[in-house]
Ligand binder design. Structure first.
Ligand code: GDP
Ligand code: IMO
Ligand code: MG
Length: 425
């Protein structure tokens, strides 16, 4: 059996949570493979809205196993908040949630370091989520990290050693770290985590595949935030791309089946960094208002702009996307015209590939304009009902991107999902 991967093709917040929830009934297990509580994945069903940060978005469907893989970084305090909220809402997560003992733990001092690093960068700050992601992955790569397995049996000596090292770093940066309260909550949360099923997830996932079970991997962030291929340095600190599913779960590349690439019918970005198609005018504001483009975790305003096909083609290439999923199509329902960036003009030259840098260059997006469909699509049940101009938009995108659009989302609710050709490509 192969493992399918669903991941973001833009700068995150494409709607991964919603679609993972919708696709989960077709799988035996769902697994997160990277990122941490910097993610905010929103699901809506039965008139209720849920935001997940570290727990996979398959958690609300019945019967599937949900796995937090080794590539994830976990904050025990935030994990506890999230898990307790789910338990309160009646979801029996202990039965279905498994956590890799190789996940790296976010310490309170990682969060303090995240804030101190941002402060030190001044105007060049990344605009991180402040969740300690960068410092935790830094410790992992520099072989100083703390894994769940290290504290699983109650010995916290490795924690104290890491904490003391962080304090020295913070003091060297001129900070006076206050961590006593945070530490107490953190240690309590470690105790709480010990009551969960902590596993060797690489063996578990490979055994599932051996037994013929199907697994869906849920990406966090998006390809343009990937630490290698995104708009570096304005990126997150993990591999958000398909390869990240291999290293973040311990599955071999030849085990990857379908790669679902998810994108919005337009584009957004939160935090600092270049964004070629960003709109600073009324149109950008209209997209933000209609799409409720505010961060699921931080509440920050998301920057909005037109769809960028140069960047999308690059993301499709890097990930080996087999099927596309287009989200938030309904947000453009009222527009007279829709624009799509088909090339960049950089220093007077037309460029159709995503270049080394899109920052500090004289970049002008070159647009194709398509007619809007001016129809409320939010209650449509099948693609036959789609207005002609929307069908033309889909045809245009499929021709440009050379990849089929398998699912079209027309609203935040589970039900507002039109499946076109999920099986037959
Ligand atoms: P994720 O991080 O990729 O899971 O995405 P987020 O949850 O951060 O952001 C997506 C937002 O769009 C959430 O508020 C969703 O409820 C909402 N959403 C998802 N799909 C659609 C859609 O097709 N139309 C509209 N209007 N909203 C959607
Ligand atoms: P989901 O999974 C959108 C952005 C931050 C910042 C940069 C680095 O919900 O799509 P970090 O805290 O990771 O060090 O921040 O990455 N970022 C996201 N933007 N969606 C996300 O996750 C993000 N996770 C991180 O805004 O620019
Ligand atoms: Mg999000």
């Amino acid at each position: 059996m192969k493992i399918d991967v669903l991941l973001g093709l833009q700068w995150g917040d494409e709607g991964k949570g919603k679609v993972v929830d919708v696709l989960t009934p077709g799988y035996d297990a769902v697994a997160r493979f990277q990122g941490g509580p910097n993610a905010g994945h929103t699901l809506e069903f039965d008139g209720k809205k849920y935001v997940l940060r570290s727990i996979p978005s398959g958690i609300f469907q019945e019967g599937q196993i949900n796995i937090i893989g080794n590539g994830v970084v976990l904050d025990p305090v935030l994990f506890r908040e999230e898990a307790e909220a789910l338990e309160k809402s009646g979801t029996d997560i202990r039965k279905i949630l498994k956590i890799s003992r190789k996940v790296h733990l976010i310490l309170p001092t990682h969060r303090l370091l995240d804030a101190a690093n941002e402060k030190a960068k001044g105007g060049a700050k990344i605009g991180t989520t402040g969740k300690g992601i960068g410092p935790t992955y830094t410790d992992k790569i520099s072989r100083n990290g703390l894994r769940l397995g290290d504290v699983e049996k109650g010995d916290l000596s490795a924690y104290y050693a890491a904490r003391d090292r962080h304090i020295k770093m913070l003091e060297a940066m001129g900070e006076t770290p206050e961590y006593a309260e945070l530490e107490k909550k953190w240690i309590d949360a470690i105790d709480y985590m010990r009551s969960f099923d902590i596993i060797d997830s690489e063996h578990y996932v490979n055994n599932l595949l051996k037994e013929g079970k199907s697994v869906l991997c849920e990406g966090a962030q998006g390809t343009l935030l990937d630490v290698d291929f995104g708009s570096y340095p304005f990126v997150t600190s993990s591999n958000t791309i398909c390869a990240g599913a291999c290293s973040g779960l311990g599955v071999a590349p030849n085990k990857i089946g379908d790669v679902y690439g998810i994108f919005k019918a337009y584009c957004t970005r939160v935090g600092s960094g270049p964004f070629p198609t960003e709109l600073f005018d009324e149109t950008g504001k209209t997209i933000r208002d209609l799409g409720h483009e505010y961060g699921a975790v931080t509440g920050r305003e998301r920057r909005c702009g037109w769809i960028d096909l140069v960047a999308l083609k690059y993301a499709i290439m890097i990930n080996g996307v087999t099927k596309l999923i287009m989200m938030k199509s309904d947000v453009l329902d009222g527009f007279d015209e829709i624009k799509a960036c088909v090339a960049y003009e950089i220093d007077g030259e037309r460029i159709e590939h995503f270049p080394y840098s899109i920052e500090n260059v004289d970049l002008k997006p070159i647009y194709t304009t398509l007619p809007g469909w001016k129809t409320d699509m939010t209650k449509m049940k099948s693609e036959d009902e789609f207005p002609e101009n929307f069908k033309k938009y889909i045809d245009f995108l499929e021709a440009e991107l050379q990849t089929p659009i398998a699912i079209v989302s027309i609203g935040p609710d589970r039900e507002q999902t039109v499946v076109r050709n999920l099986k037959n490509t």
